[in-house]
Design a protein around this ligand. Structure first.
Ligand code: HAM
Length: 429
């Protein structure tokens, strides 16, 4: 028995009624990024598995449990990218884009893949728009990344729906010392930890800080905090970032337990979070990763970036009813033609209109049909005018132009005056 074909669980079709919202979001951000001097980079969806294992880190959930990994026909282990940073770092190194201290301010967009349990706001194929900046070590660029996301929220009407959480993870030495202190503290309370946290105590102890388990969180209340272990340089960097956000009036909440799920971060980390989407409320997240490039064999090169989840932002816009009405644009005119000769004339005239009035939206009836059925289609299309071509119009080299959205008589317009007439009636610039 043949089974109905279905999409893979957690991999969504984005249907025509949703794509205008996606494009609105993508275009708004792309325009904004142009204004800050960012350039687009396009990266492969597949990379060697080793890139993610080394970049994101063994012991992280993403690498240990969530990667789509397979052997290709040449027995090479490949992985569908679970995120964009590792591939972007690989690309800039491979093409020498960061050599000699060159600054790069890059953005990318596209699908990412993680084998997570699907639920609202969490999918196995999801889309990110991300930014990565190289060779700028100071807090000024960390601030710029946050400032431009704040500008995006304002442009989309989301400013009141999201809050900024901020933390500093310090230098790798500071983190190592803190990790030892945290492990020593939790080791003494090992039996009271949840099972996941017991496992993480050896694999990735800092991740215990964002455990969802209430008893573990209670234990953590008196645990040493990362801030007590921050090195001086990281402290100064963090103060510099906060001063810039304060100057611009961007509110933030310091969350000492914000550690992020990927291993490459040091110093600044941040997340924009909403309480309107249930448990998957992080819409944008990122931080600094100054150690990642040297880990891949490059010269030490500062890096910082973030990625936003497109599905979550679209959900948020829909939930808050913030999708602009004007996004779905109906046609301007709908050509109805009766008979073979009229169909040919309609075809020629519609192409002439597209030449004369770039941007005009012209629908031409396809599949013939009676006057009644073509008129019904014209009405349903949402077009402002029906253009009518029958035998009489053909003979007189005119078209009938009937307003569909307002009162008014049908007018007879000569073929060579049609473009000028429509330019005025449709108020096309
Ligand atoms: P991330 O926190 O793993 O960071 O993902 C960034 C964002 O992608 C999340 O905040 C969320 O909005 C979205 N996202 C993640 N997983 C899913 C999922 N399964 N379904 C739907 N949306 C999801 C990164 O990926 C880093 N590469 C960000 C970065 C760039 N850091 C520095 N540069």
């Amino acid at each position: 028995m043949s089974k109905t074909l279905q999409a893979i669980r957690g991999m969504n079709d984005i249907l025509p009624e949703q794509t205008p919202t996606w494009r609105y979001l993508e275009n708004t951000l792309a325009n904004l990024l142009k204004g800050y001097g960012y350039q687009e980079i396009r990266l492969p969806v597949l990379e060697f598995t080793e890139l993610f294992a080394r970049g994101i880190g063994e012991g992280t959930d993403v690498v240990d449990k969530e990667m789509y990994t397979f052997l290709d026909r040449n027995n090479e282990s490949l992985t569908l990218r679970p995120e964009g940073t590792a591939g972007c770092v690989r690309a800039v190194l491979e093409h020498g884009l960061t050599g000699g201290g060159q600054v790069q301010k890059l953005w990318y967009a596209g699908p990412m893949y993680r084998y997570e349990k699907p639920q609202k706001g969490r999918y196995r194929q999801f889309h990110q728009i991300g930014i990565e900046v190289f060779n700028l070590p100071g807090p000024d660029i960390d601030a710029e990344l946050i400032v431009l996301t704040a500008r995006l929220w304002r442009a989309l009407g989301l400013a009141d729906a999201v809050t900024l959480q901020l933390n500093s993870l310090g230098s790798s030495e500071a983190r190592a010392t803190y990790r030892d202190a945290l492990v020593a503290y939790l080791q003494q309370r090992f039996d009271q930890l949840d099972e996941d946290s017991q496992r993480r105590l050896t694999t990735n102890p800092l991740r215990i800080l964002d455990s969802k388990n209430a008893q573990t969180q209670a234990l953590l209340a008196d645990a040493p905090t990362l801030h007590d272990y921050l090195d001086d340089e990281s402290r100064v960097h963090f103060e510099g970032l906060k001063a810039r956000l304060d100057t611009l009036g961007i509110d933030y909440v310091i969350n000492p337990k914000l550690v992020r799920g990927l291993d490459y971060y040091g110093r600044t980390v941040f997340e924009w979070v909403t309480d309107k989407l249930g448990s998957q409320g992080t819409v944008c997240a990122g931080g600094r990763y100054d150690g990642l490039i040297s880990q891949f064999g490059g010269k030490p090169t500062p890096g910082v970036g973030f990625a936003m989840g497109v599905e979550r932002l679209v959900l948020l816009l829909e939930t808050l009813d913030l999708v602009p009405q004007s996004l779905s644009e109906p046609a301007d005119v709908f050509f109805c033609a009766f008979g073979e000769a009229a169909e040919l004339a309609a075809l020629r005239l519609s192409e002439q209109l597209r030449d004369a009035l770039p941007g005009i939206r012209v629908l031409v009836n396809a599949g013939a049909g009676s006057f009644k059925s073509q008129f019904k289609k014209a009405d349903k299309s949402g077009a402002r005018f029906a253009l009518i071509l029958g035998d009489d119009e053909l003979a007189g080299r005119v078209v009938g132009c009937k307003p569909l959205r307002a009162d008014g008589e049908q007018q007879s317009i000569a073929w060579d005056a049609l473009a000028a007439h429509l330019a005025t009636s449709l108020e096309l610039a």
